[in-house]
Every structure is written in C-alpha cells, then in structure tokens.
Design a protein around this ligand. Structure first.
Ligand SMILES: Nc1ncnc2c1ncn2[C@@H]1O[C@H](COP(=O)(O)OP(=O)(O)OP(=O)(O)O)[C@@H](O)[C@H]1O
Ligand SMILES: [Mg+2]
Length: 319
C-alpha cells in the first residue's frame, strides 16, 4: 500500500480503481426531523452499494446488553462524540443504553450533563469497591433510556492500581455482568491509550467499534490497536469481534476522499457505510450536554449518527 500521493502521480489522479471520486456524493435533504424517515442512499462515499437501513423495530423485551468498546488509542478521533450520539440515537429508538465513561477526563459524563465532581461514586468505585452495587453508581441522564456510569479524574489512579489486582483484566467485565440485564446496549467510551483500562474494556466487550478521523495520520497506530485486540482475543476474550470502523470528521475534499480510500484498503467491509461529517454542531452539542440526535435532530450529523445506528441494528450488532 503506497502513499496516496504516489498513486495520484502515477495514474494522474482520480480515475484509478473502482471507487468514485469527488462529485459523486449523495447529499441527503436536511429539512425533516422524523427519526423514522430513512433517506434513500444507494451508494456510500466509497461507491459501495448497500440496502437502505430501515428504522429499527421496537423491542418487546430488554437485555441482556451487547457490550461495545469504543476504542482507538489515538486521541480526538470522535470516540466520546460517537459514544454519546450512537447512544442518543439508540435511546430514541427505544433501546435502553448505558454509557460507561472509561476515561479520567470524564468527557462522556460531562457531555451527558452529569457533574462528575458532584457524584459520590464513579466507575472507579465500581472497579475497586465490590461492596458498592454498580446499580447505585449509574446515573440517569435527562434523556429517556440513557444512563451513564460516570468517571472523573479519580480513574487516573486505576491504571496503576489495577496492576496488583487479582484478575486485573476482568474487573470491568465482572461489573458489567451485574448490569447487563437492565440494558440493550452498553457502550464503553475508552480513553486514548492501550493500557490496562482499555484491556479491561476489550475483555468486557462483545465487540469493538473503531472511530477513525478522516485525516492524514488516520491509520497511524491502528496496527498497534489491532495487535491489542488480537492479544485479548487469543488470551482472554475469544469472542471479541471487530464490529467496524466508523469514519468521522469527514469533509468533502480530495484529501478526505483519499484518506477514506486508505481506510477502506486497510479494513475493507469493516468500514461502515455511514460516515460522519466534520461539523461545528458536534462541539456545540457537547456544550449543550446533549446528544446531537436530541439537541438538533434535523442536523446533517444527527442524521448521520442515526444512519450509523440503524446500520448497527441492520447488521445485527445491536438489538
Ligand atoms: N464530526 C466532528 N466534527 C467536528 N468536530 C468533532 C466531530 N467529532 C468530534 N468532534 C470534536 O472533536 C473533539 C474530539 O472529539 P471526541 O472527544 O469525541 O474524541 P475522542 O476520541 O473521544 O477524544 P479523546 O481521545 O481525547 O477521548 C471534540 O471537541 C469534539 O467535539
Ligand atoms: Mg473521549
């Protein structure tokens, strides 16, 4: 796999391969907020045809939850934003969702309107104090069907403390086991590292979603992440799957097109059809402490997060 610049020089640019270049985008209309409405979108940005993902059917029972680790040790690629917004969309589709904030920065906690410094117990308590029932640590958010297990800076001590714990890789898994029956989906928002906390998330998870920002160094470090996933698969959690790669922060530029193609070359059909655009509305929604699917349901990125959520349901990744 050569550098994309090389390839462009060799074949003179756009026409090589089966993928369409700029000018073939499908732009969805932006004027409705009906979350059941499905846009007609016969090809994705990579030119792959796919069947439109229908709005998820209502569930007639809840749980046990699918556990998804939102994971990439590269910082700022959209892990927290994707956790919050996929969770938001799932909750609007009637799924009961728990976000486990597994980052001492507590961004998911704050992004869902919970003051992480005002709560008595956090995910740190859940890991290290078995006398506390994890149900008592979970906070309800202002949004129906959407709960969070908060985190704050206390969690930064966990990495060191875990080293001497018995069964140190399995502690989050044992916490989540107690909560699984109450939820349809549990999303673990990982911190940007491949340390023991992330290994705990991979051990607890049924599968991983890897958000990748559409920028030049997108794939840097991804090989290391894949190695970590493979180690956890072979040593601790043989059922762990890679559910898919979610491209985020996409803009309609040749550069992003090329990066998207590189990501596709690396991950093939693991790349979700749905791609998240770069938009200032997403940081805005974080400030508003709400998922964009709830804060601005008609916005383009809200639609994109609903689309990826429907894709998760259609692919059988979540109920
Ligand atoms: N699609 C997008 N368009 C524009 N800004 C975005 C988008 N997605 C996320 N952001 C912003 O980029 C920043 C990083 O996003 P986010 O916190 O979701 O990444 P992260 O992978 O969780 O970061 P970290 O590794 O620090 O946990 C945030 O300010 C967020 O609001
Ligand atoms: Mg984050």
């Amino acid at each position: 796999m050569g550098d994309w610049r090389d390839r462009r020089t060799q074949d003179g640019g756009a026409q090589q391969g089966t993928l369409p270049m700029a000018g073939t985008y499908v732009v969805a209309p932006q004027d409705d907020v009906d979350i059941d409405k499905v846009e007609v979108m016969p090809t994705d940005l990579l030119g792959r045809e796919y069947e439109t993902f229908p709005a998820p059917e209502p569930l007639d029972h809840h749980g046990p939850a699918r556990v998804i680790a939102m994971c990439n040790q590269k910082g700022g690629v959209g892990k927290t934003t994707s956790s919050i917004n996929i969770a938001g969309a799932l909750s609007q589709y009637g799924r009961r969702v728990l976000i486990v904030d597994f980052d001492p920065q507590g961004a998911a906690t704050v992004g869902l309107g919970i003051n992480a410094n005002a709560v008595e117990n956090t995910v740190y308590t859940a890991l290290f104090d078995p006398s506390v029932d994890p149900h008592d640590i979970v906070q309800h958010t202002a949004f129906a069907n959407l709960d969070v297990m908060p985190a704050n800076i206390d969690l930064s001590a966990a990495e060191v403390q875990l080293v001497t714990e018995v069964g140190r890789e399995q502690i989050l898994a044992s916490v989540l086991r107690k909560l699984k029956n109450e939820y349809d989906v549990i999303i673990v928002d990982c911190q940007p590292s491949l340390g023991l906390l992330t290994v705990n998330a991979l051990t607890a998870a049924d599968g991983v979603i890897i958000p990748v920002a559409a920028e030049f160094f997108a794939l840097r470090g991804v090989a290391l992440l894949m190695q970590s996933i493979e180690k956890v698969q072979s040593r601790i959690n043989p059922n762990l799957q890679v559910y898919g790669v979610l491209v985020t922060m996409f803009t309609r530029t040749l550069h992003c097109e090329e990066v998207l193609q590189r990501i596709y070359e690396a991950f093939q059909d693991k790349v979700f059809h749905s791609v998240i655009s770069r938009s200032i509305k997403l940081p805005d929604a974080t400030v508003a402490a709400a998922p964009i699917t709830i804060f601005a349901p008609g916005h383009k990125t809200a639609k994109e997060y609903r689309e990826v959520t429907r894709e998760l349901v259609a692919r059988g990744i979540v109920a």
